[in-house]
Design a protein around this ligand. Structure first.
Ligand code: SF4
Length: 363
């Protein structure tokens, strides 16, 4: 029996802690849609439209926004599950686009994803241990070592190997299946885990257990997370940085305390005010945001949020705002004319002051 352990457990840390693990630059993905007639102009859904961000080693970047804002497409582009139309990815200082052959294989091992649908993510014909051991075996680990690793990982995610190792996915609860998916991802000894609505389908109590497990694993294994969720409470709990997307673009990004305590963009503020407060005195029945998101096939000119924004003025319809640092805080960036002193918006910040009239919102 071949028991060669072919997967190194110590990763090459190319640039030290200052080197971001992931840098995404101007990522774009447009999906073609069927035109009405033969002579009709081709149309495209602007799913991801010029997205740039970095994730530091050992940090969690939470990505939030309404359905269709581009957060899951961004994740799939980062994971190279689909090719971007343009833009670049840098992983620990090396351009991912240059990865070929073995380097691409290593990247795919360094980056793992856990999806919302825990059942569809698992092969119904493989037992739990076979599922976890499968990836390491494909990467050259012997069967005995892979099974031993699978047992250790299963125990680490809180499932007794003797009790659960021989079961098939249909004989597990949703929380147990998601633990198996996490163990399977860990079997590759990854550096970056993309969690795409990974706890969304779980009951609240199970959700809390899985979130705590993810936090422990992150500390133990120096993992970096991209955490995609529509649940702002969960994102608040797990994230170091938060990125807010609207119609394929970033509208606000910054440290979690800044976003939840001092959001500047009217869309972020509307999203946060829609979160039910634990304080009955702060609950409101009024809808914080009017209308539906515009058609992503023809995004509005200027600021894409202008037809739903209570602060919109003429400049917002004419000119797209740039993603710029909020005064005195370069880590917190906002794409809104309110944040640009010279934008022409009458409520725009005066130079050197924080966003006028925009204080923190209840989280
Ligand atoms: Fe609202 Fe204008 Fe800011 Fe867009 S740029 S969010 S429309 S104030």
């Amino acid at each position: 029996m071949n028991t060669t352990f072919a997967m190194p457990t110590v990763h090459q840390d190319r640039g030290g802690p200052q080197q971001p693990l992931l840098q995404v630059r101007d990522l774009k993905k447009y999906f073609p849609v069927r035109a009405a007639g033969l002579s009709a102009k081709p149309q495209f859904v602007h799913a991801v439209d010029g997205v740039s961000f970095s994730v530091a080693k050992g940090q969690t970047l939470g990505i939030v926004g309404e359905s269709g804002c581009g957060k899951s497409t961004t994740a799939r582009l980062v994971a190279k599950l689909m090719a971007p139309d343009s833009g670049s990815l840098v992983f620990d200082g090396e351009g991912v686009d240059e990865f070929r052959g073995l380097a691409l294989k290593d990247f795919r091992r360094d980056l793992q994803m856990v999806f919302q649908d825990s059942f569809a993510s698992l092969n119904p014909r493989l037992t739990v241990l076979q599922t976890i051991a499968f990836g390491p075996q494909v990467h050259g680990m012997g069967a005995g070592a892979a099974e031993q690793l699978a047992r250790e990982l299963l125990a680490r995610v809180g499932m007794e190997p003797a009790q659960f190792g021989g079961r098939y996915p249909h004989a597990l609860s949703g929380g147990q299946r998601q633990r198996v998916n996490i163990a399977r991802a860990l079997a590759f000894d990854p550096r970056l885990l993309i969690l795409d609505e990974a706890v969304a389908a779980l009951d609240k109590s199970v959700q809390a257990q899985v979130l705590n497990l993810l936090q422990e694993l992150k500390a133990e294994r120096q993992l970096t997370y991209l955490f995609i969720s529509h649940d702002l409470h969960v994102v608040h709990y797990v994230s170091d940085q938060v990125m807010v997307m609207y119609l394929g673009q970033i509208v606000e990004i910054g440290p979690v305390q800044r976003i939840y305590g001092h959001a500047v963009h009217p869309y972020t503020r509307a999203l946060l005010s829609a979160v039910p407060s634990m304080d009955p005195a702060r609950r409101t029945l009024a809808s914080p945001i009017s209308g539906d998101p515009p058609n992503p096939i023809n995004p509005p000119a200027g600021c894409r949020f202008h037809d739903r924004c209570p602060k919109a003025q003429a400049v917002c319809k004419a000119q797209a705002p740039r993603l710029l640092p909020v005064a005195r805080d370069g880590a917190h960036q906002v794409a809104c004319h309110l944040n640009e002193p010279q934008s022409g918006h009458s409520d725009a910040v005066r130079a050197g002051s924080a966003a006028a009239g925009l204080q923190g919102v209840p989280a």
